[in-house]
Design a binder for this molecule. Sequence first.
Ligand SMILES: [Fe+2]
Ligand SMILES: [Fe+2]
Length: 166
Amino acid sequence: MGTKGREIVGLDVDELIKRLNSALADEWLAVYQYWVGSKIITGPMANAVEEELAELAAEEKQHADMLADRIVTLGGTPLIDPKMWYEVTTCGYEEPTSEFVKDLLEQNIKGEQCAIEVYKGLLDFIGSKDPVSFHMIREILEDEIDHEEELQVLEENFNYMMSHKQ
Ligand SMILES: [Fe+2]
Ligand SMILES: [Fe+2]
């Protein structure tokens, strides 16, 4: 990053890069969790939920792109070894040991709620000290809030359908 571009970042850039890399690990683990979930899902409404999970996998990948680009711009290096994901992640990886629609939805809603907390924490950390990172993280946070809602609507539909089954 250019010298002036770095100079206007009024906080510990190394700490910021560390936190962005932690979020990057969360995103990649989320990509895989959604992606593999979309492959194995079974049960009522499986088709609709499969489509949603595949879409979310793609959006989490976009978040990974945004975070990695910002890390590079700040003069850092995005995690270059997937083994690091487990070491620096906050939200972790929830192995989808059940392929049932409802279990997958519950796991992924939990994941989104963790992501919302992570990005809210990042916004609090950045404050007005780095408007560029702030703007980007706010955009990601808005997506995670949408994701939680979309999954919860699917879960509500699922519950409604099951309770009205003959
Ligand atoms: Fe994300
Ligand atoms: Fe998400």
